[in-house]
Ligand binder design. Sequence first.
Ligand code: ATP
Ligand code: MG
Length: 260
Amino acid sequence: MLEFKDVTIQYGQNVIVRKFNMKVESGEIVSIVGESGSGKTTVIRAALGLLPGDGRVSAGDILLNGQSVLSNSREEWLKLRGDKMAMIFQDSGAMINPIKKIGDQYVEYIQVHDKMDKQAAYNRAVEMLSNMRLPDPDRVMNSYAFELSGGMKQRVGIAMAMTFNPELLLADEPTSALDVTTQAQIVRQMMEINKKYHQSIICVTHNLGLAAYMSDQIIVMRNGFIVESGDRDAILNHPQNLYTKNLLSAVPTMGGERYV
Ligand SMILES: Nc1ncnc2c1ncn2[C@@H]1O[C@H](COP(=O)(O)OP(=O)(O)OP(=O)(O)O)[C@@H](O)[C@H]1O
Ligand SMILES: [Mg+2]
């Protein structure tokens, strides 16, 4: 459904990502792994049409359901980001308005996107919060952000991003601000929702263990290049590249268990 073909991305004259290739099928989870500064966020921002400043795709093509998105207008991007794609941020807590109850924000968010009465929007929000296994969703709806833990806020952010069942979810370090046990739970819930609704997910992480746990495909990046990519099992069992081997040997444990 989403394909990057030999994509080069630059900010001004600085080439940041070179010859990036990726093919994400419907319902598939792909992780992009790599050290800080390797270009992971740049890649997913390009997929969302949200490269900051003088960032641009200077070569190659990005196709969504077979159609190039590179010459999309601002309006076309806005529509895509409303209907087909959604983004999960590293720190969803920071996206939540501190002076409004979660429920009021969530209902408003739903009503901006969809013609639904208040009660229907409320019910939809509660259903999504339950999907993320938030205990007592009615209480969460009636809370302010400061009354929730970091993990709860992140669950609210993920629930909101998944509300309109986007075909493609782009998650940039969705759990890295959380402790390992909470990370493991949230990733499991994202996977459950992925199974239920068949969304494709692109997940950026610097944690190869997390990538191994959740993904069908893994892409390993370094300095703007893909050093290795392929099916999860191939990458884990037969890494070809020394850099990937080093990453594998440095995998931290998640929730007390090692997944690779
Ligand atoms: N707006 C920008 N203008 C110019 N250069 C940028 C901009 N954003 C990022 N870069 C550069 O692009 C390179 C890749 O950055 P990017 O944020 O994609 O890395 P990353 O892999 O997501 O790193 P991290 O794991 O730290 O989030 C870096 O060298 C960075 O300095
Ligand atoms: Mg980043």
